[in-house]
Design a binder for this molecule. Structure first.
Ligand code: FES
Length: 104
């Protein structure tokens, strides 16, 4: 099974089981690691903000304008910030590592 690696806000690393077609936000939220996903994936809240590991940033589908607009509203943004609700899991992402952004 393809694995999603998540680094939580205390720096602890978690290897999560994945389901093809699920949003990364859903995969993380269901493990209660502190990622809320308030809007349920509607790209309206940014509570699913994660930072994608450098080596993965260019291997994911690029963000759409809607996601970029929402990210721009965040007070703190990293170069590889993404909204995890906009990343739909594919098994080819096996080993993807994301870090939960600080809550804003
Ligand atoms: S869950 Fe609200 S923007 Fe991602």
């Amino acid at each position: 099974m393809a694995v999603l690696n998540v680094i939580d806000r205390s720096g602890e690393r978690h290897a999560l089981e994945t389901v093809e077609g699920w949003r990364v936000m859903e995969l993380v939220r269901d493990q209660r690691l502190g990622l809320e996903g308030v809007c349920g994936g509607a790209c309206a809240c940014a509570s699913c903000h994660v930072v994608v590991a450098d080596e993965w940033a260019s291997r994911l589908p690029p963000p759409r304008d809607e996601e970029l607009t929402k990210l721009d509203e965040l007070p703190v943004l990293e170069i590889h910030s993404r909204l995890s609700c906009q990343i739909i899991w594919r098994d080819e992402f096996d080993g993807l590592t994301v870090t939960l952004a600080e809550e804003t």
